[in-house]
Write a protein that binds this ligand. Sequence first.
Ligand code: 4NP
Length: 162
Amino acid sequence: MKELKILTVCLGNICRSPAAQGILETVAKRYPHIAFEFDSAGTGAYHVGDAPDSRSIKAMSEIGIDISKQRARKVTLEDFEYYDWILAMDAENLANLKRIQPAGSKAKLVMFGEYSPEVSFGAVQDPYYGQDDGFARMREHLLSMAESFIEYATSSSEGKAQ
Ligand code: 4NP
């Protein structure tokens, strides 16, 4: 059985990457022939051990996805060997990850919205300091990216990191 291990990463690991994980897990249920494993992490340690932001939990519960049991953690160097894909939410997250990425490590490290040269969904804006509508926008953005990404990652050997 093909395995795909996918880590979503943002700054605090309480708004975007937990939502991205929840959405990816939901989309992945349509692919029962693939053994997926998901987690999320932050480049910062401000919220380690915390549940996702209540606004993120609410935005996700509105579409029937429960992310309330996730707990924030900081990305580790081992993540670069364990995961096939590490999906950064924005360019700053990506730059921070590239800075610590061990040379020759396994994970394919990309910005989620630009997982292949042919796609450009852009960065997932940080909704933390904004209003509630930012969380609905984040959710819709993540939904379209997740559908497209899972299709890509499952349909070709290119989608799996070598
Ligand atoms: P996230 O949002 O990176 O999507 O989880 C943030 C959450 C908290 C902070 C920044 C961004 N913070 O600075 O505490």
